[in-house]
Structure formats: C-alpha cells, structure tokens
Design a protein around this ligand. Structure first.
Ligand code: SF4
Length: 264
C-alpha cells in the first residue's frame, strides 16, 4: 500500500496551476475594434477592449476570471461541435472563419492620454461560416453565427415580447456587419442553451442602417482620445455594468485613478 505524507493533500494546487496556465498564455494585444463588441451599449467598454491597456484579470478575483476564461473556451469548443453536427446533418457550410476588415486611418498613440496600442487597424470580424440548406431549391446563402446562452437569456430570446433584439442587441449588430461585408442578405443564428443544449434558430434579414450605423460608431469611438465615461454611474449602475469584465476597474475608484496613469 502506498504511504502518503499526512500533510500532503493530493491536487491541492489544481486551481492555482490551471489559473497560471491562463495567465501565462501570451495573447497579442488587439489593435482593432471587434465586430462582436461594437454593438455593446457602452462606449467605454468598446474603447477599453480596443485599447487593451486595462486587463480585466488585474481587476477580477482570480477564480471569477478563471471561470470566465473557461466559459470562453467552452464557447469556442461548442461552436466547433455544432458546426460538425450541422455538416453531418447535410447542411452545406463554407467560408469557415472568413475574416473581414473595415480599415480606418492609422493613428499614433502619442496624442492619447491612455493607450497601449501604437496603431489602429480598423474594425475586424470573422464569420463562423456560410450555410446553405440542401433542400432549398434556391440554394440561398446565409451567414452562419453560433451563439450559446445561459438558460434565462435563452428563454428571453424565445419570449416573443423580448426576442434577440432585446436580449442580445450586440449580436444583431455583429451579424449585420457580417452580412454587409460578405454581401449576403440573410443570416442564420443558431442559439444553444448552455444548460441543456436546446437549440433555437433565428433568421435575420440584412439591415443596412444597422450595419452602417455600426461602422460610423466604430469611427466615432476610434477618434476618442481619453477613456470615455460610458454607462458608468456611481449610484444605480445599469445592468450592463453588473455583467461587465471591467466592472471592478470602473467602480473601484482608487484602482481606476492609479491605472489611468498610462505606463506605456
Ligand atoms: S462596467 Fe459599465 S461603464 Fe464600465 S466598461 Fe463595463 S459597461 Fe461600461
């Protein structure tokens, strides 16, 4: 029989070790505004994600940050799984991960009060693919977008009084940008319930005003040269703040003041 030291607890460093693997992962800073973020209601969040000077992990409890990273990874893995299943079901999927760039003039960071990126390459995004229903006599192309949602958000999308527009307005903006850049007038959004894998799909028609409005918004935000106030409200923070990865940064005044001194 194997003898263990009485003081040794097997795998007691599991969380710590796994957390370190995420922290050690080198990610290239983003020099663009993502199509998935431009539809968010908070300019400050879009600006912070773009400029990259504030790392949410520096302002979050490690366990919470780890949970968020795992959820993100799970989302990517789930996407692959559902695309493989759609293909197995006979749907024709092409143009996987095709990227788009809406180039905007490069700006120097020197004039910015808070910046870590030396240049700005525009608005970028990539589609999950283009999907065609094999039974469709017209062989209509749809931009494919796969999203997963917690139970209460999933049910909210199914609720005719709410729908995708109220629960995830940023998805509508994102998918309209994809339709705009791929010159396809329809989109197929597959929503997956994270709790039980229930599926729900939504067909969207291209909305030119929505896409062009998002491009103008990207141009406007890219011209802001100091951290915008956004939705931040000391009294009664809106629900978007409660779910935001920058919540502690925005609401912990002391840290905020320290961090706004750019160290680039
Ligand atoms: S916490 Fe609120 S104000 Fe701060 S970036 Fe997030 S949504 Fe915007």
């Amino acid at each position: 029989m194997e003898i263990m030291s009485e003081s040794y607890v097997p795998f007691h460093k599991l969380s710590e070790r796994i957390l370190k693997t995420y922290i050690d992962e080198k990610k290239e800073p983003r020099d663009y505004i993502g199509a998935s973020s431009i539809g968010h209601a908070c300019d400050r969040k879009i600006w912070l994600q773009w400029r990259g000077g504030v790392q949410p992990k520096d302002y979050m409890e490690p366990e919470k940050w780890l949970k968020q990273q795992r959820a993100f990874e799970r989302g990517i893995a789930e996407e692959e799984k559902h695309i493989a299943r759609l293909e197995k079901s006979g749907y024709i999927i092409t143009d996987r991960q095709r990227g788009f760039v809406f180039a905007m003039p490069t700006v120097s960071s020197n004039s910015f009060s808070y910046s870590c990126h030396p240049y700005y390459s525009g608005l970028k995004g990539h589609i999950d693919g283009i999907i065609v229903d094999p039974d469709d006599p017209e062989q209509t192309k749809y931009v494919l977008e796969i999203k997963s949602a917690k139970e209460n958000y999933f049910k909210g999308v199914l609720n005719p009084k709410k729908g995708l527009r109220e629960i995830y307005p940023q998805y509508i903006t994102q998918v309209n940008l994809y339709m705009h850049f791929s010159e396809i007038s329809k989109a197929f959004v597959l929503l997956v319930n994270k709790n039980d894998d229930e599926l729900h799909y939504i067909i969207l028609e291209y909305d030119q005003a929505e896409a062009e409005g998002a491009l103008r918004k990207a141009q406007r935000i890219s011209s802001i040269d100091s951290i915008p106030l956004g939705l931040r409200k000391e009294t009664m923070p809106p629900y978007q703040c409660k779910m935001c990865e920058f919540k502690n940064f925005c609401y912990e005044r002391e840290k905020t003041l320290d961090s706004e001194k750019c160290t680039c």
